[in-house]
Design a protein around this ligand. Structure first.
Ligand code: PMP
Length: 404
């Protein structure tokens, strides 16, 4: 008989891991729905469009042809070439030796930090920001320092003073995210040139999460500028991108990196250590999505643009809620502070009440760091009638919570 004993202690690094609150909100929303309640899902960051038909056909065809064996760790040459063409189309002076295919954007983020950061190095990340940034920095042994994306009269802006304040001799990298989750802030070419100056002056890596590129509403074709397109920046910029958002393929788990040539072998080694390769039939689907008709991409962007205008003006019609127009991505980061003050609820409790009592699922701003206090993030990547219904429900909530 094996004697009774306590299991070994968990590794300390687990205590430094964060998660994405949106998945917890989604689980709570589903549970409520299963109990028969109406719920409008505005919590997860995924477009409601189906995957492009030609991507599905190519993926299924490849699977039927048994294109389901190990393949090249860096990605199949056809897809790497397509990504190269795509990157060059964005003004990035990349070569094939800069392109790595990964199993979605998130692993590429982990690889970037593992490749760039030594234990004790400091990494600047945006706040509010994607919750996986602090988690991934810590997993790599780094220390996160936050800079602000701040609300101004002109909408969301990068707070340059906060960057200057957080830079130290130990800063090793800066994480950029444009268009930005959760605010929709989108860096201009001037912003990126300024980041480039700082990066060169301080000798920093720039880790640029461009998963929402192509979804910038002030640019022709949605084409937000890339950090790696700034002259001289390719060798210190690690681009994280993928098929999840623009091609509406979140569940395929297909992404890519445009990485400095000097890091290429190391990033491929990280892929080999983690997944060996990205499934080939998935890559075939991505290749078709990228090279086939872009009608779905254009329709998605057009639709998101209309939904943004409709939903944000709806939010601003609700007493106690204000929302700056997001210039990219598909989130409305709504200021609900007057409703918190009147109801004496904190942000988490307020978002929970919105779901439980009013059937609107959004993410508390605190999921994106402490500066998200007073805000709720709503994804507007859902059909207009549902967005209209959410506004009706929020009107009712505001009537109730707004009473002082
Ligand atoms: N970066 C940001 C800023 C995101 O919002 C997301 C998805 N919510 C990701 C990366 C992850 O993308 P993927 O699903 O391709 O891993």
């Amino acid at each position: 008989m094996i004697p009774d004993s306590a299991a070994p202690a968990k590794a300390a690094r687990l205590g430094r891991l964060g998660i994405e609150g949106a998945f917890a909100v989604a689980a709570a929303a589903r549970a409520l729905e299963e109990s028969g309640r109406e719920v409008i899902h505005l919590e997860l960051g995924q477009p409601d469009f189906p995957s492009p038909q030609h991507a599905i056909a190519a993926g299924v065809g490849a699977l039927e042809a048994d294109d389901a064996k190990y393949t090249a760790p860096a990605g199949i040459p056809e897809l790497r070439n397509a990504i190269l063409g795509y990157a060059r189309g964005r003004g990035i002076p990349a070569e094939l030796g800069n392109v790595v295919v990964t199993s979605a954007a998130k692993p590429m983020l982990q690889y970037a930090l593992l490749a760039a950061v030594n234990p004790g190095d400091e990494v600047l990340i945006p706040s509010p920001g994607f919750p996986i940034y602090p988690s991934a920095v810590r997993l790599a042994g780094g220390i996160e320092r936050t800079y602000a994306i701040a609300s101004t009269r002109d909408g969301w802006q990068l707070d340059w003073d906060s960057i200057e304040r957080q830079l130290t001799p130990r800063t090793r990298a800066i994480v950029l995210n444009s268009p930005h989750n959760p605010t929709g802030w989108t860096a201009t070419s001037d912003d990126l040139a300024r980041i480039a100056w700082i990066a060169v002056e301080r000798n920093l890596w720039v880790i640029s999460d461009e998963i929402y590129s192509g979804l910038a509403y002030d640019y022709a074709d949605g084409a937000s500028p890339s950090a790696a397109a700034v002259p001289g920046m390719l060798d210190r910029t690690i681009i994280i991108d993928g098929f999840s958002k623009r091609w509406s393929m979140t569940g395929w788990r297909l992404g890519f990196g445009i990485v400095p040539a000097a890091l290429y072998d190391d990033i491929v080694a990280l892929v080999i250590n983690n997944t060996s390769c990205t499934p080939p039939f998935i890559q075939r689907g991505g290749l078709a999505a990228m090279e086939g008709s872009q009608d779905v991409v254009h329709a998605l962007r057009q639709s998101l643009h209309e939904r943004r205008d409709r939903f944000v003006s709806g939010l601003n019609s609700v007493p106690g809620i204000t929302c700056a127009l997001p210039s990219g991505a598909f989130y409305a980061f709504a200021d609900v502070q007057p409703l918190l003050a009147a109801s004496r609820l904190d942000t988490d409790a307020f978002a929970a009440r919105l779901l439980q009592d009013h059937g609107v699922a959004g993410c508390p701003g605190t999921d994106f760091g402490p500066t998200g206090e007073g805000f709720v993030r709503f994804s507007f990547a859902t059909a207009a009638p549902k967005l209209d219904r959410a506004i009706e429900l929020l009107q009712a909530a505001a009537k109730r919570f707004g009473k002082t």
